[in-house]
Design a protein around this ligand. Structure first.
Ligand SMILES: [Zn+2]
Length: 163
């Protein structure tokens, strides 16, 4: 994936928002094999982040915005994409403007996601527990499958046309 492809992939951003995207600092050395999707925070606009994934041959990406204000007081929060559980600072509420007319009408979709948007790395760092009936590789494969289906579901929600 190139920087140009990423800019073209964004479905819910204005021309200015897309032009202002700052790519991740390690973009050229990303390990695509181990990325179920590419997620990162914008180093110049701390409230913004991006989620880009391959949809067949085409990358599809969205801009997400971290909600202001303190999160719930609960101690542990779960990322709704990768299901990793973190202390409250590790998970943020992000909202995404919906694509097209829905977004222009002010519609957004929100969910709790790992604050660094690094779910792909997070599910691989927390080495899954082996058990009598599952080996670590198949546990990871399940996590990857779940993450991919939830990320694509979130992107589908963002791209859903106005009813
Ligand atoms: Zn996550």
């Amino acid at each position: 994936m190139t920087g140009m492809q990423i800019r073209h992939s964004i479905v819910n951003g204005s021309a200015a928002e897309v032009a202002n995207i700052v790519l991740p600092s390690d973009f050229v050395e990303l390990d695509w094999e181990n990325l179920d999707f590419l997620g990162w925070r914008d180093s110049h606009s701390p409230h913004l982040g991006y989620i880009v994934r391959w949809d067949g041959d085409e990358p599809v990406g969205i801009i997400v915005r971290e909600a202001d204000g303190p999160l719930s007081r609960r101690r542990m929060m779960m990322c709704q994409l990768c299901r990793a559980t973190h202390t409250e600072h590790g998970v943020s509420l992000f909202s995404a403007k919906r694509a097209g007319e829905a977004g222009l009408a002010g519609n957004t979709v929100g969910t709790y996601i790992c604050a660094n948007l690094g779910c792909s790395a997070n599910i691989r760092v927390e080495v899954p527990h082996a058990s009598y009936y599952s080996d670590p590789e198949s546990v990871l494969a399940q996590k990857v499958e779940g993450l991919e289906s939830r990320v694509s579901g979130f992107l589908r929600d963002v791209m859903r046309p106005l009813d």
